[in-house]
Design a protein around this ligand. Sequence first.
Ligand code: SAM
Ligand code: DTB
Ligand code: SF4
Length: 362
Amino acid sequence: MQKFTQQELLDIYNQPLLELVFQAATVHREHHNPREVQMSSLLSIKTGGCSEDCGYCPQAARYHTDVEAHKLMSVESVLEQAKNAKANGSSRLCMGAAWREVRDNKDFDNVIEMVQGVNDLDMEVCCTLGMMNEDQAKRLKNAGLFAYNHNLDTSADYYDDVISTREYEDRLDTIENARKAGISVCSGGIIGMGEAIEDRIGLLMSYMKMDVPPESIPINALVAVEGTPMEDQKPIEQWEMIRMVATTRIAFPKSVVRLSAGRTKMNLEGQALCFMAGASSIFAGDKLLTTPNPEFNEDKEMFEILGLIPKAPFAEGEQPETKPDAINEEKKRKEAIREAELAEAKKNIPVDFQPRKVTSVD
Ligand code: SAM
Ligand code: DTB
Ligand code: SF4
């Protein structure tokens, strides 16, 4: 892979727009089928109440937004939503949790079951659960996780203006842990947070420094949500989104560039130029995690007008096997023993047994 410098990428980003789109479209056609676009559905499996201070995020507990906090969804309802997403043409489900980090608890045990269940539906399973260690990554991989999303969000230089409760290095470590476990990496950023163009390129340079860049790079435009510190950020022009998508495509010819948050502010022509310039994935469905996204029917029409076709699952990598999870299996084994013991004990209760009445407790 060609390694670009910061200055080279800046020059690429700043060239006349149509030259940039043409250059990116040429690179795109060398490595991808330009008609194919992956449809990925997002599902917020645990919403709001997050301890972090990410300045863009409506789910941070410290900001007063309209987002209602919800505990982790049940495995059954997640699988129901996954089936709906599949029926609507999505080949990937990305499950997001408003967590700072993964903890080894019952909730994580349930997420493991969700991953197993969705993988068994033959969909690509992606999770975005915050920071995770290598053991947690291995457990997810074993359950059948295809990809892990963990964004660097912006350049290392601008990062401290956006988040203070965790470091850029922490994010790089989580990405490395996913990589070591053999999970495909999805990592990108947000534009329109008040950063300079140099920071947008700085984000790409962080990926350029990696031995293996992310397989998928989401480019989000800030969704400025009332109540967050970024509520008054001026929306970016769609030309900026096109420039960022095109530059990412040229910098990382083989990665999937994902046109992510911010599509409700773009028109069909703007999105068309993004696909022309190398975007080959979108989030589908009328909701991102907590904010609106174009309606399913609108996207269907867009695909028809532009002659795009939804990408089949596992076009970029083999489907992982769903393997039994040692921790959950042990839990089930202990539960089965307990239930058998209870049934046995019930058998030994005499038929005329009356529980003793407790009349007063002093
Ligand atoms: N809590 C986990 C974490 O931070 O890694 C996972 C969920 S978090 C919401 C996933 C990503 O969504 C963030 O890294 C950020 O890039 C993106 N995001 C969140 N709020 C956004 C907003 N208002 N506009 C655009 N992107 C946003
Ligand atoms: C990504 O880069 N963008 C998605 C996904 N990865 C998890 C999330 C966008 C969230 C936008 C704000 C919201 O809906 O809460
Ligand atoms: Fe929490 Fe993730 Fe939102 Fe940051 S981006 S506040 S970690 S949910």
